[in-house]
Design a protein around this ligand. Structure first.
Ligand code: CO
Length: 136
């Protein structure tokens, strides 16, 4: 069902400080930066092999990531698996009764199509599935 790990999402408070850590200390390349208003985050992607680390800084305390940080602190937020056909994967998950946050795919970072599964269905690991845009 999943083809590979696409990215690990990490909640941070200071985006520029976190970018420096990954760039300088871990020699990872910043490849994308985007404010996703609908998600309430400023997000960046850093390359590691054919996967990424996605750093997420909340635009405010009332956003999902802002609430996450208030409750659990900064750190790992979600894991994202790549899929070839997100509509087919969602249909398959619905068929097996997997609880979803997103019934339909929506536009995610870098024009990907994404959907989140409910942590209640994933052993409390917030799980995203992502169909990357063609060029990625
Ligand atoms: Co993500």
């Amino acid at each position: 069902m999943f083809t590979r790990i696409d990215h690990i999402g990490v909640a941070v408070e200071d985006l520029d400080a976190a970018i420096k850590l990954y760039e300088r200390n871990f020699e990872m390349e910043l490849v994308h930066r985007e404010t996703v208003e609908s998600e309430g985050v400023e997000a960046v992607l850093l390359d590691v092999g054919d996967g990424h680390v996605e750093l997420l800084a909340p635009l405010g305390p009332d956003t999902p990531v802002g609430k996450f940080i208030a409750k659990k602190g900064v750190g790992i937020h979600h894991v994202a698996y790549a899929v070839e056909d997100i509509d087919a994967t969602l249909a398959q998950l619905k068929e097996t009764g997997t609880r979803l946050i997103d019934e339909e795919a929506r536009t995610g970072i870098r024009q990907s199509r994404v959907a989140f599964l409910h942590p209640a269905a994933t052993g409390s690991v917030l799980t995203e599935i992502v169909e990357p845009a063609e060029s990625h």
